[in-house]
Design a binder for this molecule. Structure first.
Ligand SMILES: [Zn+2]
Length: 542
């Protein structure tokens, strides 16, 4: 057989089982045709041969839960959180000016003048140095104050003697002209007139393309992206498909929606096509909020807020009905549940759904053919909940990277007893539950190596606490990689096509500059991706 590409002299971890590696891999038409020794590879001729020079190869990595559109929206803004002086802030904003047409709004966010070495608020005079041909506003990290340049003030009609209205503050210089600083209610004028940066189709495409390229550079080959109508995170399947048709989509995209949609029916041919990049995923439902804001629904009150158990966003009956309706429409359900009470409610709805559909005549076999239910976050469990989960067809979409932040306050919030059932990845794994790795980006970085580090170390990015937070719940490096490779594909029923490097599977893989399985876990974050392939196509080279 004449192959398209052969990779030789590698340490190629197939991820079929812990430690299994081969030296060579052969690819044709987007599919892995062979794995084995260098010697065995000699049997094949190939268009292209790549000498890996002993480097490590792993399957392409995947993110099981993120919000692509929301992240792209953020990319349209200039993040000023690291700006350490007014000069620095101006420099960061000027980079944006360089590729923004005249007259287009530019918005900076997260500035904090207390971090500036000048230790003063910037004014319109500072912002006019960025550009006088673009309306510019920057918003303080607290969201309560903004600074505008002259053009932005003009466009907004903020001039001499402007009345900021009740609850608003507009500052003026000694000549009575606005100095650019607006506070509280008067900042709203800009929210009303600045358009959604992604409403410009060209800008949207440019940003999306950059984000996809960034993902490739981190070895990401699959994302599951979630719409959230309430926060205006739209997800446009047609647009992803367009990127694909044009050959500009280096990442497989599974689009999950938070409203009922028509089930996508794929032919065998489509399922077996390694170049099919875009598909519909799950139907998403919410049950509760978050632990950080004490809105996750708990069975007992918060340990640091004795009158509060958080809350659920719907009744059990409403959830049962929605789950059943989605399931009967042939859709896969993905349900956000963070607190233990929310998980209890979610499991009840799934148990109810399976029971009711059986009573209505669906066979056990038909149910077994369906994709698993997905539960998103699952941050608190206990023995009773684990026992129930084990009886159900589930995958748990977790975000190990959350622990890097949460470990600093989580025990105060839920107490010494319940902490044992929080983020207890090893326990869940040992109970046979499938966990998939995600980032919830833009909440956290989509760099999967950070999630793998978090799962394997349970330390924050400063290496604290040393040895890990409740280290008995650390995963092995292999299991941490499973979260971000093959487990994700179990969620979409594609485990026979993706997630390991075996003959017959789609050729999605990443070449690393060092071997993560032979490295001190503390150093996982130093690993660099050298090359990324999707369906045998090289989409990134360092
Ligand atoms: Zn999310």
């Amino acid at each position: 057989m004449n192959l398209d590409t052969v990779l030789l002299n590698g340490k190629i971890y197939t991820m079929e089982e812990e430690g299994k590696s081969v030296e060579a891999i052969g690819i044709k038409d987007g599919i892995i045709q062979f794995t084995g020794t260098n010697k065995e590879a000699e049997k094949y001729s190939s268009e292209k041969t790549i000498d890996l020079e002993g480097k490590t190869v792993i399957p392409g990595m995947a993110d099981s839960h993120m919000h692509m559109y929301a992240y792209c929206q953020n990319q349209a803004l200039v993040d000023l959180k690291d700006a350490c002086s007014i000069e620095d802030m101006i420099g960061k904003m000027k980079e944006k000016v360089a590729h923004t047409p005249d007259g287009t709004w530019i918005k900076g966010v997260n500035f904090d003048q207390s971090k500036f070495k000048e230790n003063r608020f910037p004014t319109k005079a500072d912002l006019d140095r960025i550009s006088t041909r673009h309306p510019i506003v920057i918003r303080r990290c607290c969201l309560h104050a903004i600074v505008a340049n002259s053009m932005a003030l003009n466009v907004a009609g903020v001039g001499k003697g402007y009345d900021g209205g009740s609850g608003g503050i507009v500052e003026f210089d000694k000549n009575g002209e606005p100095n650019g600083i607006l506070r509280e209610q008067s900042t709203k004028i800009f929210d009303e007139i600045i358009p959604d940066p992604l409403s410009d189709a060209m800008e949207k495409r440019r940003i999306m393309q950059n984000v996809f390229e960034d993902m490739s550079s981190k070895g990401v080959t699959t994302i599951h992206t979630y719409a959230a109508k309430i926060w205006n995170y739209e997800e446009d399947v047609a647009l992803y498909r367009k990127f694909g048709e044009e050959g500009n989509l280096p990442v497989r995209v599974t689009v999950c929606l938070d409203e009922l949609f028509e089930k996508e029916v794929l032919t065998e041919k489509e399922k077996n096509d390694p170049y099919r990049m875009v598909q519909y995923g799950a139907y998403k439902l919410f049950t509760d909020g978050s632990l950080g804001s004490r809105s996750a629904a708990l069975q007992e009150p918060y340990s640091d807020d004795k009158d509060n158990r958080g809350f659920v966003v719907c009744t059990q009956e409403e959830l049962n009905e929605k789950v059943l309706k989605g399931y009967e429409n042939g859709l896969q359900l993905a349900i956000h549940a963070i607190g233990d009470a929310a998980l209890d409610m979610t499991l009840t709805a799934i148990e109810n759904c399976l029971q009711v559909t059986r009573e209505k005549g669906m066979s056990k076999e038909e149910q077994e053919e369906r994709l698993p239910f997905r539960i998103i976050h699952v941050q608190m469990v206990n023995e009773e909940l684990i026992a129930r989960m084990k009886k159900l067809p589930l995958v748990l979409d977790i975000q190990p990277i959350f622990l890097c932040t949460d470990l600093h306050w989580i025990e105060e919030r839920i107490g010494a007893e319940r902490i044992k059932g929080a983020y207890c990845w090893k326990t869940l794994k040992d109970e046979g539950l499938i966990q998939t790795g995600g980032s919830d980006c833009p909440v956290e970085s989509f760099d999967p190596m950070k999630g793998i580090y978090a799962a394997a170390t349970r330390m924050d990015f400063d290496g604290q606490p040393e040895g890990g937070y409740y280290p008995e719940e650390r995963l092995s490096v292999y299991d941490a990689f499973c979260l971000f490779t093959k487990n994700v594909h179990a969620a979409t029923g594609q485990q026979d096509k993706l997630g390991t490097l075996e003959s017959g599977k789609f050729a999605d893989l990443a070449v690393l500059d060092r071997d993560p399985f032979e490295l001190d876990v503390k150093n996982l974050l130093e690993i660099k991706v050298l090359k990324t392939f999707v369906a045998g196509r090289l989409v990134f080279v360092l």
